[in-house]
Design a protein around this ligand. Structure first.
Ligand SMILES: Cc1cc2nc3c(=O)[nH]c(=O)nc-3n(C[C@H](O)[C@H](O)[C@H](O)COP(=O)(O)OP(=O)(O)OC[C@H]3O[C@@H](n4cnc5c(N)ncnc54)[C@H](O)[C@@H]3O)c2cc1C
Length: 388
């Protein structure tokens, strides 16, 4: 009989020694590519957008790594991709342009797209030339995503879409969006009435993104209005009515990566540099426990990468790491402020360290919202373990 604890397993995973060479190559590339990138921009991590950098990473063969060769991917392992992603995050590389495409849209298109879509999109992702947006959340439908109301109706020529998405990161500059719409308005078919669509934003009229300024002054996300937006018949991604199942798979990719505990890592490195020579033993002990926390999260996160590599579903373990990872990241700015006794400042004021701290103090509250809130994740974990 399977016990509750057996349902949640983090098998220890060691990265093959052969990946050390790849890691050294990526590290050397990043050292050169990031010369002159301001410290505060590095702390923006996977929210910093730089199309040129993404194209350079693509030219090195480090995007679309796990996508099949027959469509223009590299056919490499999830562990190889993990090494590249980890190095980019730790160095504070600006990865926002390709982030969603490489992490979730590419695998989704490979799984559910038509042959034409795969042939068009996979090479663009691999080259670092395709920016994707995720059209899930709506006003009044965030955690309760299945209550969303944006409607896609069949027409003689394809689909007509009306409604509003919100918090759509990079929609104002993305090439494509994968969105979840209601295709069956029957209220008894809450989940079964949803379908996913692949939208070429450059070719579709009737879609208007309006940037929303976040607390830190950034304009990464948007409210997106769909007014009689006409989509071709093959914009339907996968099967009509199977959108909920597909989106659940997509969220497993979205929640399973090391970015769920590494978005503030740049600050931890700066903090260690700032205090390591002069810190009192008590300070070092607190830093040590933070580093141990990071090491534990890394062990768990690597185990998820191994599951992905083996073609298994890591949704349950990914929810645990995302929840614990957010707690780790959200504790860091406070600790950094306390141990250095420096005030955080706004961009352009104070030392580099103060600006990095200031940026992260402002954005850290969003870490536990994006990709699912703690309450929702804990509900998934409880359900997955059979205790709810
Ligand atoms: C930086 C950032 C980027 C984002 N990018 C995207 C994007 O690109 N695309 C996209 O589609 N969305 C995006 N989002 C939206 C994100 O997925 C939602 O914010 C998130 O799912 C929560 O939804 P909500 O904001 O509507 O909050 P709500 O669902 O209204 O939740 C508010 C609070 O109520 C709690 N709550 C809600 N329901 C329950 C329940 N049943 N039981 C217990 N507690 C509950 C929540 O945990 C939360 O604390 C982004 C968000 C952020 C912060």
């Amino acid at each position: 009989m399977t016990s509750t604890a057996d349902k949640l397993r983090f098998e220890p995973t060691a990265l093959p020694a052969a990946l050390d060479t790849l890691r050294a190559e990526v590290r050397a590339f990043l050292k050169d590519a990031l010369v002159g990138v301001p410290e505060v921009k590095r702390s923006h991590s996977w929210e910093a957008y730089d199309a040129e950098f993404s194209a350079k990473l693509g030219a090195k063969g480090w995007l679309g790594m796990t996508l099949p060769k027959q469509y223009g991917g590299h056919g490499r392992t999830a562990l190889e991709r993990y090494v590249v992603v980890e190095e980019c995050l730790v160095a504070g590389a600006p990865t926002a342009f390709h982030w969603v495409a490489d992490r979730q849209s590419g695998p989704l298109v490979v799984r559910y797209g038509t042959e034409e879509q795969k042939k068009e999109i996979v090479p663009a992702i691999t080259a670092g030339k395709a920016c994707f947006a995720i059209g899930m959340s709506e006003p009044n439908s965030g955690s309760d995503l299945a209550s969303l109301r944006t409607r896609a109706e069949r027409t003689a020529t394809g689909w007509k879409v009306n409604g509003t998405k919100i918090w759509t990161s990079n929609a104002h500059r993305a090439n494509y969006m994968i969105a979840l719409f209601r295709t069956d308005p029957d209220p008894t078919k809450k989940h079964a009435g949803l379908s996913q669509f692949l939208i070429d934003l450059s070719k579709t009229k009737g879609i208007t993104p309006r940037p929303i300024q976040n607390l830190a002054g950034g304009r990464n996300f948007n409210e997106v209005a769909f007014v009689d937006a006409e989509l071709p018949p093959d914009a339907l991604l996968g099967t009509e009515g199977q959108g909920w199942r597909q989106v659940t798979e997509e969220l497993a990719f979205e929640r399973s990566g090391p970015e769920r505990y590494l978005s503030c890592f740049y600050l931890l490195r700066k903090l260690i540099d700032a205090v390591k020579e002069t810190a009192a033993p008590a300070t070092l002990a607190r830093l040590g426990s933070q580093v141990a926390w990071a090491a534990t999260l890394r062990t768990m996160s690597l185990s998820i990468a191994a599951k992905l590599n083996a073609g298994q579903d890591p949704a349950l373990e990914a929810s645990v790491v995302k929840d614990l990872g957010c707690q780790f990241e959200q504790a860091l700015p406070g600790l950094a402020q306390e141990l250095c006794e420096l005030e955080p400042t706004l961009e352009g004021h104070g030392s580099d360290y103060q600006q990095v701290l200031g940026a992260l103090v402002q954005v850290a509250p969003s870490f536990s919202l994006r990709g699912g809130t703690p309450e929702i994740l804990r509900g998934i974990i409880a359900k997955g373990m059979g205790v709810r």
